[in-house]
Design a protein around this ligand. Sequence first.
Ligand SMILES: *Cc1c(COP(=O)(O)O)cnc(C)c1O
Length: 387
Amino acid sequence: MSGNSKSDQNYPYSAATALAQSLGNIDEKTQAVVPPVHVATTYIRGADNTYPTGLVYSRDNNPTYKPVEALLCQLEQGQDAIVFSSGMAAATAVFQGLRPGDHVLAPKVMYWALRNWLLNFATDWGLQIEFIDMTDIAAVQQHLQPQRTKLVWLETPGNPLWCISDIAAIAECAHAAGAQVAVDSTCATPLLSQPLRLGADIVMHSATKYLNGHSDVIAGALIAARDDAYWQRIRQVRAQGGAVPSPHDASQLLRGMRTMHLRVRESCTNAQYIAEQLERHDAVAEVLYPGLPSFAGHEIAKQQMQGGFGGMLSVRLKGGAEAAIHVAAHTKLWKRATSLGGVESLIEHRASVEGPGTPCPDDLLRMSCGIEDREELLNDFLQALSN
Ligand SMILES: *Cc1c(COP(=O)(O)O)cnc(C)c1O
C-alpha cells in the first residue's frame, strides 16, 4: 500500500456529504457501511518473497487509517494525508523533517506545548527558530532569509488570543524566499478554511479536537499539497519513529468525523453569540473572537474563513486574574478543563496552564464552545460572573 490518499477531484459532493458518508466508502469484502478495524500488527509475505497488498507491519501503516486519510485529503484538497498518534506527533514530524541549521519562522502566539517543544528540543537539534508577529506581513518579510528559511509555521486562529494570520499573503512571500508554509489549522477545522487552497504546503490538525469532537481520542493529522521530497521525509518520520494511532482510535476518529459539520456549525454559532453578548458586559474588559468586527484580525478572517469563525473565544476580565479564576471556579455547565473542540463546553484560566513566559494575559479565560443550548451556556457564565 503506497499510503497515498489523493483527493478525488471528481468527487461531486459537498463536505457535509463527504463527512456523513465517509466519502461513500463501503467495505468491499462484506458490504458493511462502516469500515472494519484492522487489529493485525503484521501481514503475510508471499511465497515469491513480496508483500501482495503492500502491507507489511502496522507501525508503517494500517488500513484502518485509509478512510480517515482519504476524507482529510478530500476536505483539505490535498495530495496526501497521514494520521498520527497525537497532534503534537503530527506537528513535530514537520520539524523533524528539517535539517540542522535550517531557519524557521513561527508565531509568538501559538499552541503552548508546541512552542515549548520548539524551544526545548528543536533548537537543541540545530533548528534556528525565530518567533515573530505573524499578524504583521512586514515582519514576516523582514525575517525571511532567502534560501535559509525552510519553513514558516502558522497557527490561525492562534491559541489563545485567536490571532489571525493571512495565509495567502504569507505563502506568497515565503515561497518567494524558498520556504514552505505549514498551518496548524486545528481551530479553523477543515470546514472553515482550507489552507492548501490559499497557498500553504502542509496543513496540521490536532484530530483530538474538532475532527474527533468527543474528547475521547488523542490523534493528529497532516495533509500535503504535494508529494515532494520534504513530504516523503515527513512520512518517514512517522513510519520509522512509530507515532501511529491505534486502529481502534482511528476507527473512533472516523466515527467522530461523520458529524463534524453539525458540531462545528453549532460551536461557531454558540461562540459568535456568546462573544457578542459578553462584549457588552460591564465586568468584561475585552472579548477576543475573530467573528467580532472589533477584533483586529476580523477582516482577514472574513476572507479566509467561511461559514463561521470557530468555536474558540477568550474573555479578559476587568477584575484581573482573581476574577478570572473566580469565574472558572463558579461555572457549572462550562467544565473546568484544558483541551477544546469537544461537544461539551470547556473553560480554563489559560495563564495557569501555560506558566512563566507565556504571552497569555492572566485576566484571560479561554472558552471552547460545545454544542449545548447557547442561552444556558451564556446564563451559566453570567451567574459565575456575578456569584
Ligand atoms: C491540542 C492542540 C495541539 C496538540 O494536539 P494533541 O492532539 O493534544 O497532541 C496542537 N495545536 C493546537 C492548536 C491544539 O489545540
